[in-house]
Design a protein around this ligand. Structure first.
Ligand SMILES: [Zn+2]
Length: 263
């Protein structure tokens, strides 16, 4: 019996060591974001979003990001460049397949208006190509990937999110789907376009995700099917908003300015 427990205890000790070593927080020193831009539509050196529109906007407990599509509609934006919205470090760059496909997550340190240093994640989904690797630092406006359709699951578009909570990653099932964990991307970028940067690096925790492989979202991230509340919002959007009907050929999304959408 004693011998048995000794045989067991060695691999157990190794296992505990490996788990503890992997759980050890990893810190990088990363330059502050001196402001945030849009993830597509570079004009000169600045990503203004020119040539793109948001087909589906951010809605708490609904769509947790924005879907950026090319103005010419359909798959005309397939392969278009996707840019990092600010200085930061790549904390995730993987094909997670399922509803996401290729996903890049970039972490950004920035100085908020109250002077405190804050950290957010920007997420870029359904990419055709990933052009960065985990651990790499990136500069505002660097190309990081290409717009994709996740193996034909969607019309080509960029699914784009901003996370306040650095634990989310691609495991959104464990977190409240509201402003406590997410920013509305255009709202955030609009109010953080120009910030005070700095020359030095600020500490940034690199491995904060609580995601487990079995928690990755298998349903489409951008379901063409609407929930009843989404359908209500869509109808409201139609009556309120300016409809732009020329954008999509396949009609999977019909844009209204309010950010609502049609299936
Ligand atoms: Zn989306």
């Amino acid at each position: 019996m004693r011998r048995f427990s000794l045989i067991l205890s060695v691999p157990l000790a190794v296992l505990i060591f490996v788990i503890m070593a992997s759980a050890e927080p990893r810190t990088a020193f990363v330059k502050l974001a001196d402001g945030f831009d849009y993830p597509v539509g570079k004009v000169g050196t600045v990503c203004t979003g020119e040539g793109y529109y948001v087909a589906r906007g951010f809605r708490p407990n609904g769509h947790l990001g924005e879907d950026w599509n090319g103005n010419r509609g359909g798959d005309t934006d397939l392969g278009d460049p996707v840019y990092t919205i600010a200085n930061g470090a790549v904390v995730f760059a993987k094909d997670v397949r399922a509803g996401w496909g290729n996903v890049i997550i970039i972490r950004h340190n920035y100085r908020d208006s109250d002077g405190t240093i804050k950290t957010i994640d920007s997420l870029y989904g359904h990419l055709q190509a990933i052009l960065v690797r985990e651990g790499q630092t990136v500069k505002r406006g660097d190309q990081i990937g290409k717009i994709g359709n996740n193996r034909g699951m969607y019309d080509a578009h960029l699914h784009f999110e901003i996370h306040k909570n650095l634990g989310i990653g691609v495991d959104r099932a464990s977190f409240a789907r509201d402003y406590s964990n997410y920013h509305s991307p255009r709202e955030f970028i609009g109010s953080h376009h120009a910030l005070k940067g700095g020359l030095g690096g600020y500490p940034m925790a690199m491995n904060t995700f609580t995601a487990r492989p079995d928690r990755v979202l298998y349903a489409p991230v951008d379901d063409a099917k609407l929930s009843s509340s989404e359908a209500r919002a869509m109808r409201a959007g139609y009556s309120r908003g300016k409809k732009k009907s020329t954008h999509t050929k396949k009609k999977r999304y019909t844009l209204v300015e309010s950010g609502a959408f049609a299936g």
